[in-house]
Design a protein around this ligand. Structure first.
Ligand code: FE2
Ligand code: FE2
Length: 216
């Protein structure tokens, strides 16, 4: 599905610009470019939020709810939407520290790390758990393609500025965060989401699973 491929490719760009934000935030406060700080905010708001998260919410998640009959008020979809909201708040904190003089400059590395780590966890959850389940589930319900849209001029501008930031602030080679496959790494697991199988599997998927276990 073209939309899923696009969203996947967008994750790679967003991950790299997030790494660049870590590098930027850990530069000595006095030498930090305010213009580049603003370009980071524009990238995450316009490309990450307005373009990427919005197509997940208004196209992919809506199709999962309306066409595949999956719950959107709990489980993985609700978790992903709650993440989007939380990441908006964390980015607002980064913005507050960008413009708050010496005190804000001292708090910037911590707030940038909180934002970037939340974003990486979120992308991990979508790449390793949510997206692989979407194609087959939608196809089983007769959905073979989902609409996408071209980038608006300001989103495209935010993207190229983001790519320039990656060149200027090379992301750390080995990110200081645990990453991994599956629900177990997700902060919502066991809190607001019982995991994909319990939330999404239907009766025959459980039957099939039990048959496979018995056969093995
Ligand atoms: Fe998302
Ligand atoms: Fe995403």
């Amino acid at each position: 599905m073209i939309l899923l491929d696009e969203l996947h490719a967008e994750h790679e760009v967003i991950e790299r610009v997030a790494g660049a934000l870590l590098t930027y935030a850990n530069e000595p406060g006095a030498g930090r470019s305010a213009e580049d700080g603003a370009a980071f905010l524009r990238f995450f708001r316009l490309y990450g939020g307005h373009f990427h998260h919005a197509r997940e919410e208004d196209t992919l998640f809506v199709a999962l709810r309306d066409r595949a009959g999956l719950p959107a008020d709990r489980g993985p979809i609700a978790t992903m939407i709650a993440d989007h909201v939380r990441m908006t708040d964390l980015l607002n904190e980064v913005e507050a520290n960008l413009g708050a003089g010496a005190g804000g400059a001292a708090r910037l590395p911590e707030s940038a790390a909180a934002y970037v780590h939340a974003l990486w966890h979120h992308i991990d959850a979508e790449n390793s758990v949510l997206f692989p389940e979407c194609g087959p589930r939608l196809r089983r319900n007769g959905v073979t393609e989902l609409p996408s849209r071209p980038m608006a001029p300001d989103e495209r501008e935010a993207l190229s500025a983001g790519q320039a930031l990656v060149a200027r602030y090379p992301p750390p080679a080995s990110p200081d965060m645990m990453r991994g496959e599956g629900c177990i790494m997700c902060p919502a697991f066991g809190v607001t989401c019982r995991g994909l199988e319990l939330e999404w599997w239907n009766e025959w998927e459980w039957d099939e699973f039990e048959d496979r276990m018995n056969a093995g």
